[in-house]
Design a protein around this ligand. Structure first.
Ligand code: SME
Length: 184
């Protein structure tokens, strides 16, 4: 049987893992660009699309990136970039559902070590590692989870968690981004 990555749609590049130094500098640059882009913006969908675009364009280990939004106590797929994402996910199901339930970031070094359909939902067989971050609004209410897959194992670490939690806080949990928050 052909290895999953050989079946990867040709227009989605496989992941390339990044050094800690490169991750640090790229995340800092992307946050600066997002602050300039989203100053004064209040539209949640606009901010989700922009965050997906700038992160996926700059971080080579990102294969699938997107938001699952909370609707009536379930998760439904929101803005994303990558192969077809699952449309609906129940709380507690998969990595996304587990994070929606716990409200705590989860990093998975190898998703194929998890029980499929329960601990992990495989929207794409090429996904091997994953990070999922909770997204809270200004009232600290969970509105979504932010999901990133890599086609390589062990792509995500504390650096990804730190910067992604900072991004979700800056653009969704804090009041409208003001001029003073532009200072890096
Ligand atoms: N892997 C996720 C499902 C979303 S697809 O990866 C885009 C999960 O286990 O919840």
């Amino acid at each position: 049987m052909a290895h999953a990555s050989e079946l990867m749609p040709y227009h989605f590049n496989p992941s390339e893992n990044m050094s800690e130094e490169d991750k640090e500098s790229v995340y800092k640059r992307v946050i600066t660009e997002l602050k300039a882009l989203l100053l004064g913006e209040t539209d949640v969908i606009l901010k989700m699309c922009s965050i997906n675009c700038l992160l996926k364009s700059n971080l080579t280990h990102y294969y699938w990136v997107g938001f699952y939004c909370v609707n009536d106590g379930k998760l439904t797929v929101g803005p994303y970039q990558g192969t077809l994402g699952c449309l609906h996910i129940d709380f507690k199901k998969g990595v996304c559902g587990a994070v929606a339930d716990s409200k705590i970031t989860k990093i998975v070094k190898q998703v194929h070590d998890l029980s499929q359909g329960d601990e992990h939902i495989a929207c794409d067989p090429n996904s091997q590692s994953e990070i999922v971050v909770p997204v809270f609004n200004q009232d600290k209410k969970l509105i979504a989870v932010f999901d990133v897959d890599s086609s390589l194992p062990n792509s995500f670490d504390e650096i990804d968690q730190r910067y992604l939690e900072q991004i979700m806080s800056l653009f969704f949990s804090e009041s409208k981004l003001s001029q003073t928050q532009l200072v890096i």
